[in-house]
Design a binder for this molecule. Sequence first.
Ligand code: AMP
Length: 509
Amino acid sequence: MTFDELQLHDTLLRAVKAEGYTTPTPIQAKAIPEALAGRDVLGVAQTGTGKTAAFALPILQRLSAKAPAGGARPIRCLVLTPTRELAGQVGESFATYGKHLPLRHTVIFGGVGQNPQVQALRSGMDVLVATPGRLLDLMDQGFVSLRSLEVFVLDEADRMLDMGFIHDVRKVIKALPAKRQTLFFSATMPPEIVELSRNILTNPVRVEVTPVSSTADTVSQQVYFVEREQKRGLLTHLLKEGRIARALVFTRTKHGANRVAKQLEGAGVHAAAIHGNKSQNARERALDDFRSGSLRVLVATDIAARGIDIDGLSHVINYDLPNVPEQYVHRIGRTGRAGASGTAVSFCDGEERAFLRDIERTIRRSVPVVEDHPYRPGRAGPRPVELASAPAEERERAPQGGNRNGGRGQAPQRAAGNGGGGGGGGGGGHPSGSSRRRRGGRSGGGRGEQRFDGGRSSQGGGGGSNRANAPAQRGPSSHPRPAAAAGQSAAKPAEAPPPRPSRPSPKWF
Ligand code: AMP
């Protein structure tokens, strides 16, 4: 399926294409037509599946069909999100996809002064993205009227439950007009969430995206244990050995992608990087060259590589291991397609051992270790016979050097806040790496909404946030969570586990 088949307006298609999206993700393919037809949707999908566009695109289309002509702009769509950070990201998505439309959005959340938000509310907007606590505060003070609401989105409902916001959510829902379209998204469906969905949805269509958890047998997998600073040497070595015809190399960050491509070029290996900071032209050129075979190595971040389908790709190399197992599965699925064989090579440094362990648990197999390479960690590494077939958990006991939880976490970044300063706009460039699984320390915040920005976030002015650099860690929706939210309705964010190293967001479609 292509986006063109989704009956979206040209303005939206142009915006989507400018983002480099070529094909709708499964949740988009399933949910967009239903939402466009006005149906309520129950989307069981995690972050990283493209669910934001799955609701934002049909909403923008609906609202633009009869955009208010000047004057008062009542709130016609409310998106409720559990965290300020997610609210910012959703706001950015509306700005990105709706950039050719005369619609406005505002983001409001707790933990910051309310005045800019009140100003924004006064000037009116079509879409309000909000966290529940601050929204209720502002409703109580009479600054928000939801009388004209047409569409309500509840995003990450299970996380609302986890974070103890479910009562606030119910209160907000009580204030909504009964006649409305409701789009309900949750990664998991614990009983309370099932009940809530039953109460607020009318004859919904259920669309579900199952996270990928199995790898194709046609892909042979290998892991190289290597010190972080030796990865570069190892990559050049492998590419110079000549067994790799064409490789898609994944790095965690855009800078990493640039660095690796530059180093390879310096070493005489023809390589180029693609990521969100590159122009559409540069990306397309690199892709064409890679497809035609004139470029041997393409270095990409997960998001930039989205939708890339290259026939006969022999190797995928995980220069950095993803912290989300499904992302690994998704990455290596680029090779070994259509029955062809392919090889997925992963570099694993001391800090990434835990990621490897999670990956092996998810794919339910251990990834064979390549022992024989010149960049083995200095100290005693895993011995081939004992350890090559043992799961990473066991192998981890072997001294490898490096500290898996060590200092790779990046400084927290500003959360997005394009709302306060006058309704919408903001955002601009679409983030190219999202990490929505955060549960950073709690601070400030109206009714206990979480802040993830170390207190530096502000609203107003609306600069885009850098999703890639925000602190990432496994939050409640990061995995299929069998018993996840049930019975945890008063989860205490303050007791959240310490941050893990920052990685780009999970993607699995
Ligand atoms: P979400 O699950 O909404 O957080 O989306 C995850 C990421 O996927 C976001 O960074 C989007 O920009 C990106 N994305 C959404 N839809 C597509 C698509 N059809 N093709 C490529 N990337 C997409």
